[in-house]
Design a protein around this ligand. Structure first.
Ligand SMILES: [Zn+2]
Ligand SMILES: [Zn+2]
Length: 408
Protein backbone atom coordinates (compact mmCIF):
# COMPACT_ATOMS: atom_id res chain seq x y z
CA UNK A 1 0.00 0.00 0.00
CA UNK A 2 1.37 3.43 -0.90
CA UNK A 3 0.86 5.44 2.30
CA UNK A 4 2.24 8.57 0.63
CA UNK A 5 -0.62 8.58 -1.92
CA UNK A 6 -3.14 8.11 0.89
CA UNK A 7 -1.61 11.01 2.83
CA UNK A 8 -1.96 13.53 -0.03
CA UNK A 9 -5.45 14.85 0.98
CA UNK A 10 -4.15 15.42 4.54
CA UNK A 11 -1.06 17.19 3.19
CA UNK A 12 -3.27 19.55 1.17
CA UNK A 13 -5.61 20.20 4.11
CA UNK A 14 -2.67 20.90 6.44
CA UNK A 15 -1.12 23.38 3.96
CA UNK A 16 -4.44 25.24 3.63
CA UNK A 17 -4.78 25.41 7.42
CA UNK A 18 -1.16 26.62 7.80
CA UNK A 19 -1.78 29.30 5.17
CA UNK A 20 -4.99 30.50 6.89
CA UNK A 21 -3.32 30.42 10.33
CA UNK A 22 -0.39 32.48 8.99
CA UNK A 23 -2.70 35.08 7.43
CA UNK A 24 -4.84 35.36 10.59
CA UNK A 25 -1.76 35.71 12.82
CA UNK A 26 -0.19 38.18 10.32
CA UNK A 27 2.76 35.85 9.86
CA UNK A 28 2.11 34.30 6.48
CA UNK A 29 5.02 32.09 5.41
CA UNK A 30 3.74 31.30 1.88
CA UNK A 31 4.49 32.89 -1.49
CA UNK A 32 2.73 31.56 -4.59
CA UNK A 33 5.89 31.34 -6.73
CA UNK A 34 7.97 29.50 -4.13
CA UNK A 35 5.12 27.16 -3.13
CA UNK A 36 4.46 26.45 -6.82
CA UNK A 37 8.10 25.49 -7.33
CA UNK A 38 8.14 23.22 -4.26
CA UNK A 39 4.84 21.50 -5.02
CA UNK A 40 5.76 21.00 -8.68
CA UNK A 41 8.93 19.20 -7.58
CA UNK A 42 6.79 17.05 -5.27
CA UNK A 43 4.39 16.25 -8.12
CA UNK A 44 7.24 15.29 -10.48
CA UNK A 45 8.88 13.17 -7.79
CA UNK A 46 5.65 11.18 -7.31
CA UNK A 47 5.03 10.92 -11.08
CA UNK A 48 8.56 9.61 -11.64
CA UNK A 49 7.63 6.37 -9.87
CA UNK A 50 5.26 5.52 -12.74
CA UNK A 51 7.84 5.86 -15.51
CA UNK A 52 11.07 4.54 -13.96
CA UNK A 53 11.04 1.85 -11.30
CA UNK A 54 13.39 2.41 -8.38
CA UNK A 55 16.78 0.80 -8.98
CA UNK A 56 16.80 -0.21 -5.33
CA UNK A 57 13.48 -2.08 -5.48
CA UNK A 58 14.76 -4.17 -8.36
CA UNK A 59 18.05 -5.02 -6.63
CA UNK A 60 16.37 -5.82 -3.32
CA UNK A 61 13.83 -8.11 -4.99
CA UNK A 62 16.72 -9.92 -6.67
CA UNK A 63 18.73 -10.06 -3.43
CA UNK A 64 15.82 -11.54 -1.49
CA UNK A 65 15.44 -14.45 -3.93
CA UNK A 66 19.12 -14.95 -4.79
CA UNK A 67 20.38 -15.10 -1.22
CA UNK A 68 19.40 -17.36 1.64
CA UNK A 69 19.27 -14.65 4.32
CA UNK A 70 16.61 -15.64 6.89
CA UNK A 71 13.83 -13.02 6.93
CA UNK A 72 12.42 -11.42 10.09
CA UNK A 73 8.81 -12.45 10.89
CA UNK A 74 6.38 -9.79 9.60
CA UNK A 75 3.72 -10.40 12.26
CA UNK A 76 5.55 -9.26 15.40
CA UNK A 77 5.64 -5.65 16.66
CA UNK A 78 9.36 -6.09 17.46
CA UNK A 79 10.14 -6.42 13.73
CA UNK A 80 8.28 -3.21 12.90
CA UNK A 81 9.69 -1.14 15.78
CA UNK A 82 13.28 -2.33 15.19
CA UNK A 83 12.98 -1.78 11.41
CA UNK A 84 11.53 1.71 11.97
CA UNK A 85 14.47 2.72 14.20
CA UNK A 86 17.15 1.05 12.04
CA UNK A 87 15.66 2.61 8.90
CA UNK A 88 16.08 6.04 10.46
CA UNK A 89 19.74 5.27 11.25
CA UNK A 90 20.28 4.37 7.55
CA UNK A 91 18.38 7.52 6.61
CA UNK A 92 20.68 9.60 8.83
CA UNK A 93 23.76 8.45 6.89
CA UNK A 94 22.05 8.73 3.51
CA UNK A 95 20.99 12.27 4.41
CA UNK A 96 24.36 13.28 5.90
CA UNK A 97 26.32 12.06 2.88
CA UNK A 98 23.56 13.56 0.73
CA UNK A 99 24.86 16.92 1.96
CA UNK A 100 28.56 16.15 2.23
CA UNK A 101 29.24 14.44 -1.15
CA UNK A 102 28.36 16.39 -4.27
CA UNK A 103 27.15 13.45 -6.39
CA UNK A 104 24.53 12.80 -3.68
CA UNK A 105 23.93 16.51 -3.00
CA UNK A 106 23.07 16.85 -6.71
CA UNK A 107 19.95 14.77 -5.98
CA UNK A 108 19.09 16.04 -2.49
CA UNK A 109 19.59 19.76 -3.23
CA UNK A 110 16.06 19.94 -4.66
CA UNK A 111 14.71 19.70 -1.09
CA UNK A 112 16.73 22.74 -0.01
CA UNK A 113 16.39 25.47 -2.66
CA UNK A 114 13.26 27.02 -1.16
CA UNK A 115 13.96 30.35 0.54
CA UNK A 116 10.68 29.99 2.43
CA UNK A 117 9.95 27.38 5.06
CA UNK A 118 6.47 25.92 5.29
CA UNK A 119 4.64 22.62 4.77
CA UNK A 120 5.03 22.91 0.98
CA UNK A 121 8.81 22.75 1.50
CA UNK A 122 8.33 19.24 2.90
CA UNK A 123 6.88 18.07 -0.43
CA UNK A 124 9.78 19.57 -2.35
CA UNK A 125 11.44 16.27 -3.26
CA UNK A 126 14.04 15.16 -5.76
CA UNK A 127 13.33 13.01 -8.83
CA UNK A 128 16.84 11.52 -9.01
CA UNK A 129 17.31 10.17 -5.47
CA UNK A 130 16.29 6.67 -6.61
CA UNK A 131 19.56 6.32 -8.56
CA UNK A 132 21.91 6.03 -5.55
CA UNK A 133 19.87 6.43 -2.35
CA UNK A 134 19.05 2.70 -2.05
CA UNK A 135 22.71 1.85 -1.29
CA UNK A 136 22.28 3.14 2.26
CA UNK A 137 19.45 0.69 3.01
CA UNK A 138 21.37 -2.43 1.95
CA UNK A 139 22.28 -3.18 5.61
CA UNK A 140 18.56 -3.69 6.34
CA UNK A 141 18.39 -6.38 3.67
CA UNK A 142 21.60 -8.00 4.85
CA UNK A 143 20.05 -8.18 8.33
CA UNK A 144 16.95 -9.87 6.85
CA UNK A 145 14.32 -7.13 7.15
CA UNK A 146 11.61 -8.08 4.61
CA UNK A 147 11.29 -5.74 1.58
CA UNK A 148 7.64 -4.89 2.36
CA UNK A 149 8.63 -3.80 5.89
CA UNK A 150 11.43 -1.58 4.54
CA UNK A 151 9.08 0.08 2.03
CA UNK A 152 6.38 0.66 4.65
CA UNK A 153 8.62 2.08 7.39
CA UNK A 154 10.32 4.20 4.68
CA UNK A 155 6.96 5.73 3.72
CA UNK A 156 6.07 6.34 7.39
CA UNK A 157 9.47 7.98 7.91
CA UNK A 158 8.83 10.37 5.02
CA UNK A 159 5.28 11.14 6.20
CA UNK A 160 6.57 11.92 9.71
CA UNK A 161 8.92 14.52 8.25
CA UNK A 162 6.03 16.49 6.75
CA UNK A 163 4.82 18.27 9.91
CA UNK A 164 8.25 19.55 10.97
CA UNK A 165 8.40 21.94 7.99
CA UNK A 166 6.69 24.90 9.67
CA UNK A 167 7.72 28.15 11.30
CA UNK A 168 4.63 28.31 13.51
CA UNK A 169 5.69 25.72 16.12
CA UNK A 170 8.37 26.77 18.67
CA UNK A 171 10.88 24.54 20.50
CA UNK A 172 9.16 21.56 22.14
CA UNK A 173 10.98 20.94 25.44
CA UNK A 174 12.20 17.37 26.02
CA UNK A 175 11.04 16.26 22.57
CA UNK A 176 14.02 18.19 21.15
CA UNK A 177 16.27 15.55 22.73
CA UNK A 178 14.70 12.59 20.99
CA UNK A 179 12.77 13.61 17.89
CA UNK A 180 13.23 15.68 14.77
CA UNK A 181 11.03 18.74 15.45
CA UNK A 182 10.08 21.94 13.59
CA UNK A 183 12.77 23.83 15.53
CA UNK A 184 15.69 21.49 14.91
CA UNK A 185 14.66 20.88 11.29
CA UNK A 186 14.47 24.65 10.64
CA UNK A 187 18.17 24.64 11.53
CA UNK A 188 18.72 21.91 8.92
CA UNK A 189 17.17 24.11 6.21
CA UNK A 190 19.04 27.27 7.22
CA UNK A 191 22.13 28.46 5.38
CA UNK A 192 23.61 30.58 8.22
CA UNK A 193 27.22 29.51 8.90
CA UNK A 194 26.41 28.18 12.36
CA UNK A 195 23.50 26.08 11.05
CA UNK A 196 25.05 24.68 7.87
CA UNK A 197 25.14 20.87 7.56
CA UNK A 198 23.46 20.09 10.90
CA UNK A 199 20.51 17.94 12.09
CA UNK A 200 20.22 15.12 9.55
CA UNK A 201 17.80 12.82 11.38
CA UNK A 202 14.48 11.86 9.76
CA UNK A 203 12.41 10.93 12.82
CA UNK A 204 15.02 10.75 15.62
CA UNK A 205 17.47 13.56 16.41
CA UNK A 206 19.45 11.21 18.69
CA UNK A 207 21.69 10.20 15.74
CA UNK A 208 22.84 13.83 15.42
CA UNK A 209 23.61 13.95 19.13
CA UNK A 210 25.54 10.66 18.91
CA UNK A 211 27.50 11.49 15.74
CA UNK A 212 28.16 15.15 16.59
CA UNK A 213 26.02 16.94 13.99
CA UNK A 214 23.40 18.47 16.31
CA UNK A 215 22.76 22.22 16.47
CA UNK A 216 20.05 23.95 18.50
CA UNK A 217 18.03 26.81 16.96
CA UNK A 218 19.41 30.04 18.50
CA UNK A 219 17.12 32.89 19.55
CA UNK A 220 19.59 35.55 18.35
CA UNK A 221 20.22 33.94 14.93
CA UNK A 222 17.07 33.80 12.80
CA UNK A 223 17.20 31.09 10.13
CA UNK A 224 17.92 32.23 6.57
CA UNK A 225 16.47 29.46 4.40
CA UNK A 226 17.84 28.19 1.09
CA UNK A 227 21.21 27.26 -0.40
CA UNK A 228 24.45 29.23 -0.65
CA UNK A 229 24.49 29.04 -4.44
CA UNK A 230 20.89 30.20 -5.08
CA UNK A 231 19.39 29.07 -8.40
CA UNK A 232 17.14 32.16 -8.77
CA UNK A 233 14.64 30.10 -10.73
CA UNK A 234 11.28 28.36 -10.28
CA UNK A 235 12.06 25.93 -13.09
CA UNK A 236 11.95 22.26 -11.99
CA UNK A 237 14.52 21.22 -14.61
CA UNK A 238 17.00 23.77 -13.26
CA UNK A 239 16.25 22.69 -9.68
CA UNK A 240 16.76 19.01 -10.47
CA UNK A 241 19.90 19.32 -12.60
CA UNK A 242 22.01 22.35 -11.63
CA UNK A 243 24.55 20.50 -9.45
CA UNK A 244 24.92 17.71 -12.05
CA UNK A 245 25.49 20.50 -14.60
CA UNK A 246 28.18 22.12 -12.41
CA UNK A 247 29.90 18.76 -11.92
CA UNK A 248 29.80 18.04 -15.64
CA UNK A 249 31.30 21.45 -16.43
CA UNK A 250 34.11 20.88 -13.91
CA UNK A 251 34.86 17.46 -15.41
CA UNK A 252 35.03 18.87 -18.92
CA UNK A 253 37.08 21.92 -17.97
CA UNK A 254 39.81 20.36 -15.80
CA UNK A 255 43.03 19.22 -17.43
CA UNK A 256 43.76 16.66 -14.73
CA UNK A 257 42.49 13.18 -15.52
CA UNK A 258 42.52 12.25 -11.83
CA UNK A 259 40.53 15.35 -10.81
CA UNK A 260 38.02 14.54 -13.52
CA UNK A 261 37.20 11.34 -11.63
CA UNK A 262 37.51 12.97 -8.23
CA UNK A 263 34.64 15.35 -9.05
CA UNK A 264 32.37 12.31 -8.73
CA UNK A 265 33.02 11.58 -5.07
CA UNK A 266 34.45 14.90 -3.84
CA UNK A 267 32.99 16.86 -0.96
CA UNK A 268 30.16 19.21 -1.88
CA UNK A 269 31.52 22.44 -3.35
CA UNK A 270 34.94 21.01 -4.25
CA UNK A 271 36.31 22.02 -7.67
CA UNK A 272 39.49 20.88 -9.45
CA UNK A 273 42.15 23.54 -8.56
CA UNK A 274 42.74 24.57 -12.20
CA UNK A 275 38.97 25.01 -12.76
CA UNK A 276 38.56 26.88 -9.48
CA UNK A 277 41.12 29.46 -10.65
CA UNK A 278 39.20 30.33 -13.81
CA UNK A 279 35.57 29.48 -12.96
CA UNK A 280 35.21 29.71 -9.18
CA UNK A 281 31.80 28.99 -7.64
CA UNK A 282 31.62 31.37 -4.72
CA UNK A 283 29.15 31.13 -1.88
CA UNK A 284 26.69 34.01 -1.68
CA UNK A 285 27.19 36.72 0.93
CA UNK A 286 24.42 36.30 3.52
CA UNK A 287 24.72 39.89 4.74
CA UNK A 288 23.32 40.88 1.30
CA UNK A 289 20.64 38.18 1.30
CA UNK A 290 17.29 38.83 -0.34
CA UNK A 291 14.85 36.20 -1.53
CA UNK A 292 14.32 35.56 -5.24
CA UNK A 293 10.94 37.18 -5.88
CA UNK A 294 10.40 38.65 -9.38
CA UNK A 295 7.41 40.98 -9.70
CA UNK A 296 4.68 39.77 -12.07
CA UNK A 297 1.17 40.74 -13.13
CA UNK A 298 -1.96 39.56 -11.31
CA UNK A 299 -2.94 37.55 -14.41
CA UNK A 300 0.33 35.62 -14.24
CA UNK A 301 -0.22 34.90 -10.55
CA UNK A 302 -3.66 33.50 -11.32
CA UNK A 303 -2.19 31.47 -14.16
CA UNK A 304 0.39 30.02 -11.73
CA UNK A 305 -2.30 29.05 -9.23
CA UNK A 306 -4.54 27.47 -11.88
CA UNK A 307 -1.66 25.50 -13.41
CA UNK A 308 -0.67 24.19 -9.96
CA UNK A 309 -4.26 23.08 -9.33
CA UNK A 310 -4.36 21.42 -12.77
CA UNK A 311 -1.04 19.63 -12.23
CA UNK A 312 -2.20 18.30 -8.84
CA UNK A 313 -5.46 16.93 -10.25
CA UNK A 314 -3.63 15.53 -13.29
CA UNK A 315 -1.12 13.76 -11.00
CA UNK A 316 -3.88 12.14 -8.94
CA UNK A 317 -5.81 11.20 -12.09
CA UNK A 318 -2.72 9.43 -13.50
CA UNK A 319 -2.07 7.67 -10.19
CA UNK A 320 -5.63 6.33 -10.06
CA UNK A 321 -6.06 5.51 -13.77
CA UNK A 322 -4.32 2.42 -15.17
CA UNK A 323 -2.54 3.57 -18.34
CA UNK A 324 -0.21 1.89 -20.85
CA UNK A 325 3.51 2.56 -20.20
CA UNK A 326 3.86 4.95 -23.13
CA UNK A 327 0.89 6.99 -21.88
CA UNK A 328 2.61 7.41 -18.50
CA UNK A 329 5.55 8.96 -20.33
CA UNK A 330 3.23 11.44 -22.08
CA UNK A 331 1.54 12.17 -18.74
CA UNK A 332 4.93 12.80 -17.08
CA UNK A 333 6.11 15.01 -19.98
CA UNK A 334 2.93 17.13 -19.77
CA UNK A 335 3.53 17.57 -16.03
CA UNK A 336 7.17 18.55 -16.68
CA UNK A 337 6.15 20.96 -19.45
CA UNK A 338 3.56 22.49 -17.11
CA UNK A 339 6.29 22.99 -14.50
CA UNK A 340 8.77 24.59 -16.90
CA UNK A 341 6.24 26.81 -18.70
CA UNK A 342 4.51 28.02 -15.54
CA UNK A 343 7.91 28.81 -14.02
CA UNK A 344 8.49 31.01 -17.09
CA UNK A 345 5.31 33.00 -16.38
CA UNK A 346 6.23 33.35 -12.70
CA UNK A 347 9.79 34.45 -13.50
CA UNK A 348 8.54 37.26 -15.74
CA UNK A 349 9.74 35.88 -19.09
CA UNK A 350 8.48 38.00 -22.00
CA UNK A 351 4.92 37.46 -23.21
CA UNK A 352 6.14 36.50 -26.70
CA UNK A 353 8.52 33.84 -25.35
CA UNK A 354 5.79 32.48 -23.12
CA UNK A 355 3.31 32.27 -25.96
CA UNK A 356 5.75 30.03 -27.83
CA UNK A 357 6.62 27.99 -24.73
CA UNK A 358 3.17 27.61 -23.23
CA UNK A 359 0.65 28.10 -26.05
CA UNK A 360 1.36 24.69 -27.65
CA UNK A 361 1.05 22.99 -24.25
CA UNK A 362 -2.52 24.20 -23.75
CA UNK A 363 -3.40 23.19 -27.31
CA UNK A 364 -1.91 19.70 -26.78
CA UNK A 365 -3.87 19.30 -23.52
CA UNK A 366 -7.08 20.41 -25.29
CA UNK A 367 -6.52 17.85 -28.08
CA UNK A 368 -5.79 15.07 -25.58
CA UNK A 369 -8.84 16.01 -23.48
CA UNK A 370 -10.97 15.82 -26.63
CA UNK A 371 -9.59 12.45 -27.80
CA UNK A 372 -9.10 10.44 -24.58
CA UNK A 373 -12.27 8.93 -23.08
CA UNK A 374 -12.69 10.61 -19.68
CA UNK A 375 -15.21 9.99 -16.93
CA UNK A 376 -17.72 12.86 -16.43
CA UNK A 377 -15.85 14.36 -13.46
CA UNK A 378 -12.48 14.35 -15.26
CA UNK A 379 -14.12 15.68 -18.46
CA UNK A 380 -15.82 18.57 -16.63
CA UNK A 381 -12.68 19.47 -14.73
CA UNK A 382 -10.45 19.31 -17.82
CA UNK A 383 -12.65 21.70 -19.84
CA UNK A 384 -13.35 24.09 -16.96
CA UNK A 385 -9.61 24.20 -16.29
CA UNK A 386 -8.76 24.75 -19.96
CA UNK A 387 -11.39 27.48 -20.18
CA UNK A 388 -9.93 29.24 -17.13
CA UNK A 389 -6.39 28.92 -18.50
CA UNK A 390 -7.31 30.43 -21.89
CA UNK A 391 -9.34 33.17 -20.21
CA UNK A 392 -6.39 34.22 -18.03
CA UNK A 393 -4.12 34.02 -21.06
CA UNK A 394 -6.43 36.49 -22.83
CA UNK A 395 -6.27 38.77 -19.76
CA UNK A 396 -2.45 38.63 -19.82
CA UNK A 397 -2.53 39.22 -23.60
CA UNK A 398 -4.46 42.47 -23.14
CA UNK A 399 -1.95 43.69 -20.57
CA UNK A 400 0.99 42.65 -22.79
CA UNK A 401 -0.42 44.45 -25.85
CA UNK A 402 -1.16 47.58 -23.78
CA UNK A 403 2.35 47.65 -22.27
CA UNK A 404 4.18 46.90 -25.52
CA UNK A 405 6.47 49.78 -26.63
CA UNK A 406 4.96 51.61 -29.65
CA UNK A 407 8.17 51.39 -31.66
CA UNK A 408 8.38 47.58 -31.32
ZN1 LIG B 1 18.82 17.84 3.81
ZN1 LIG C 1 13.35 19.13 5.18
Amino acid sequence: MDFIQLAVPFFILAMVLELIYGIVRRRNTYRLNDAFSSLMLGILSQARKFIVLGVGGWIFAWAATATAIPQWPVDTPLTWVSAFVLYDLCYYWQHRLGHERQILWAAHVAHHQSEDYNLSTALRQTSTGFLLGWVFYLPLFVLGVPAEVVVTVGALNLIYQFWVHTQHIPELGWLEWVFVTPSNHRVHHAQNDCYLDRNYGGVFIIWDRIFGSYQRELADTPCIYGIRGPIKSWDPVVALTHIYRDMFNDMVRTRSGWDRLRVLWARTGWQPPDVRLRWPREKSDLSQFSRFDPEISLARQWLGGIQLLGATVFLVWGQLTPLPDSAYWVWWLVLLWTGVATAGWLQGKSYRTMLLLDGPRLVVIAVVAALVPLNPAAFTFAWLWLGMSFLILAWEHRAAVRDEPVSA
